[in-house]
Design a protein around this ligand. Structure first.
Ligand code: PMP
Length: 288
């Protein structure tokens, strides 16, 4: 069956799912988006994703012309139309069609696009073996320039970092902030384990406040583990006992090497594996 894509209330076959070249989403990266998972017919952390989408939109002065409930129903209808039970959903809101020139106020209505497809961010075997990361030269956007909390269509900052890590032969790139503290990876949040403590950069380090990050923090606390949001340097990464990344598409993925330094034994650590197991269980059981 051919994939159907939702654009502004209508479903189009993949080949016909097109938007105007005058859409400011294309011309300027002016818009916001979410990546959401549906596991076995159940939406995972749906409300959290929709809330974040609306917050991103508010931050860029974009009024989404649908209620949260309407958007949720549109996502569900698109999944049904594609007969999909397991999916990675890309929900996009662009500024809409306008003239050339930055002014967003001459744009027509924001366009709403829903793509329900599949995604494989990292090869399967890396979940067992762990991946290699490097710290990339490009720093994460300064929060007073374009706050990383906004999940905007302008992902060039992350794409430049991705190019740097791919060129260096690494699977992921760790981005520092303007003060040299660890922020996050190109499309994932980062955690380390030191002794019996789980550490992750605080939101004020200038990061996307990952929904998976929050789920993992909750899972760890519920399991009686100690979690701290703390500023981390490259040194902290190098001497960590364990390291892993979190994201909607990736789930939890172990990191076993950073800038050539082996993390502990060079194998995914026990705490990482135990959290990965808990996360997999939760996504299978999830009903929100
Ligand atoms: N940071 C960045 C820059 C991201 O793009 C993503 C994934 N969208 C994340 C972190 C992880 O966020 P989440 O767990 O909400 O998918």
């Amino acid at each position: 069956m051919e994939l159907k894509v939702y654009i502004n209330g209508k479903l189009y076959p993949k080949e016909d799912a097109k938007i105007s070249v005058f859409d400011h989403g294309l011309l300027y990266g002016d818009g916001v988006f979410e990546g959401i998972r549906c596991y076995n017919g159940r939406m995972f952390k749906f409300s959290e994703h929709i809330d974040r989408l609306y917050n991103s939109a508010r931050a860029i002065y974009l009024e989404i012309p649908m209620t949260k409930e309407e958007i949720k129903n549109a996502v569900k209808d698109t999944l049904d139309a594609n007969n999909m039970k397991d999916s990675y959903i890309r929900l996009v809101v662009t500024r809409g069609i306008g003239k050339l020139g930055l002014d967003p106020f001459n744009c027509s209505k924001p366009q709403i696009i829903i793509i329900t497809d599949l995604i494989e961010l990292y090869p399967r075997e890396l979940y067992e073996k762990g991946l290699d990361a490097i710290v990339v030269p490009t720093i994460r956007n300064h929060y007073e320039a374009l706050n990383p909390k906004i999940k905007s269509l302008n992902y060039l900052n992350n794409i430049l970092a991705k190019i740097e890590c791919i060129n260096a032969g690494a699977a992921e790139g760790v981005m520092l902030n303007k003060d040299g503290y660890v922020a996050e990876c190109t499309g994932d949040n980062i955690f380390i384990v030191e002794g019996n403590e789980i550490l992750t950069p605080p939101t004020y380090a200038g990061i996307l406040v990952g929904i998976t990050r929050n789920v993992v923090i909750d899972l760890a606390i519920k399991a009686g583990m100690k979690v701290k949001e703390e500023q981390l340097t490259r040194y902290d990464l190098y001497i960590a006992d364990e390291c892993f990344l979190t994201g909607t598409a990736a789930g939890i993925i172990p990191v076993v090497r950073i800038d050539g330094r082996k993390i502990s034994s060079g194998k995914p650590g026990n705490i990482t594996c135990s959290l990965l197991e808990k996360y997999n269980k939760l996504t299978k059981l999830s009903s929100n």
